[in-house]
Write a protein that binds this ligand. Structure first.
Ligand SMILES: Cc1cc2nc3c(=O)[nH]c(=O)nc-3n(C[C@H](O)[C@H](O)[C@H](O)COP(=O)(O)OP(=O)(O)OC[C@H]3O[C@@H](n4cnc5c(N)ncnc54)[C@H](O)[C@@H]3O)c2cc1C
Length: 405
């Protein structure tokens, strides 16, 4: 009897899920691939949403795939299709609308849903998260009406909101419950540089205060009362206070879940034929020799590819230096490899100049460069990354690497 074609189901059509689907197609021209998302769209570029918010990029440029492209590749894309549960023994995904999708291998690449502020007024319609195309459209509609914006949180997303509002001409106040921005990654010197960059862009930062209440006025937001009782005018509020990873539909499967879905270095979970990739995967990171979560675009792409190889019977280890790069007002930030957040015992060398708007901190484990944080011109980043990846031994003075080209 002829063998049946393999059936792959992928939950989540972001960078990880879509890359996995397209890699599977390359590896196996005959397999059945079903890619599903609870959103209404094929893949779009989340990293480009801030540029769309700022008005630099048009909406159509944010989309990366069309339905026709999926059809041409023989990938069945189900939009507004919500995975409700997984029957791991029966190898079936159940959707909220009652459909059942049998699989030989399943990838969970469902990312996370952004947290809402749990304060009075936190559910007002002009309090926005910033995760999806629909969030961005709604912010643009509201932000073009208003004069004052307040941003909550010390994350990359809250930075993007602060810059986006400021560039749309709103007077913007950014509240962070702690100091500095990205407090687990940046030190006080880097924080001081972020202050200067924000003030160059007319964003007022208030540290060590969050929102205690969001007070409406005439159906709109009127003001935000902070945890110290200060009152800040607001027509719109942007929120970047983290994600809750979308693991609920795996209840009862036995898949190990900590913050994310735990996988080995091949992106396999502890349950046969179930894999995880992208933001949601708490994967064994051979670079830092422990489990890691990485909310980055590049990581999601690479995970998607490696997961596909292994779902199709391969044995590839995920081995990349974790890297997050982002604009930072008129500057750039890169967080590469291991930092004090992952390993407090690292040795460091730092160079910082407020005047030049430059900051570089390198992290060493014994005689190897294992991580770096840079703000400013991206010069030298590639070289540093190559050194981290190769694990080459550093014999000369470490400070010399601050000038790497
Ligand atoms: C505004 C913004 C700016 C960013 N900027 C940068 C940057 O500058 N650099 C960088 O490296 N990274 C950046 N990121 C992060 C990066 O975009 C993410 O790490 C990456 O997109 C994650 O991809 P993913 O495939 O893991 O998940 P996602 O893209 O989150 O895709 C998961 C999909 O699964 C869907 N889903 C969830 N649950 C279900 C369910 N039950 N059933 C069906 N579908 C479901 C979700 O709705 C979503 O569509 C940014 C993110 C945002 C939001």
């Amino acid at each position: 009897m002829a063998e049946r074609d393999r059936r792959y189901v992928i939950i989540g059509n972001g960078a990880a899920g879509t890359t996995c689907a397209e890699t599977l197609r390359k590896l196996d021209p005959n397999c059945e691939i079903t890619l599903l998302t609870d959103e209404p769209y094929p893949l779009y570029n989340r990293v480009a949403l801030p540029r769309y918010l700022k008005g630099i990029v048009r909406e159509e440029k944010v989309f990366m795939r069309t339905r026709e492209q999926h059809e041409q590749k023989g990938i069945t894309l189900l939009t507004e299709a919500v995975a409700k549960s997984v029957d791991a023994e029966g190898h079936t995904v159940l959707l909220e609308d009652g459909r059942e999708l049998p699989y030989d291998a399943l990838l969970v690449a469902a990312g996370g849903k952004p947290n809402r502020p749990s304060v009075p007024g936190g559910d007002h319609r002009a309090v926005f998260n910033f995760q999806t195309m629909d969030d961005t459209r709604a912010i643009i509609d509201e932000a073009t009406e208003g004069k004052h914006a307040v941003v909550l949180g010390g994350s990359f997303i809250s930075y993007e909101l602060a810059e986006g509002f400021a560039m749309r001409g709103l007077h913007t106040t950014w509240l962070m419950r702690s100091k500095p921005f990205l407090r687990r990654t940046l030190d006080a010197e880097a924080g001081a540089l972020v202050d200067v960059l924000a003030s160059d862009h007319h964003v007022d930062i208030i540290y060590n205060e969050g929102a205690a209440e969001i007070v409406p006025r005439d159906g709109m937001i009127g003001r935000v009362v902070t945890t110290t009782g200060r009152e800040v005018l607001a027509d719109v509020v942007g929120v970047g206070i983290g994600l809750t990873l979308s693991t609920g539909f795996l209840a009862g499967t036995g898949v190990e879940i900590r913050k994310g879905i735990v996988t080995d270095k091949y992106l396999r979970t502890n349950v046969p034929d179930i894999y995880a990739a992208g933001d949601i995967a708490e994967f064994y990171d051979v670079h830092i020799e422990k489990h890691n979560l990485m909310g980055t675009w590049d990581n999601a792409l690479s995970h998607g590819r490696v997961a596909a190889v292994n779902m199709a019977g391969g044995n590839e280890v995920y081995h990349e230096v974790p890297t997050y790069t982002s604009p930072l007002f008129s500057s750039n930030i890169a967080v590469m490899g291991v930092t004090l957040e992952n390993r407090p015992d690292l040795e460091t060398v730092t160079r910082a100049s407020l005047e030049d708007r430059e900051y570089k901190k390198l992290f060493f484990l014994e005689d190897r460069l294992v991580g770096a944080v840079t703000i400013g011109r991206p010069r030298g980043r590639k070289r540093l990354l190559a050194m981290m990846l190769s694990g080459e031994r550093i014999s000369g003075p470490r400070e010399a690497l601050l000038d790497a080209q």
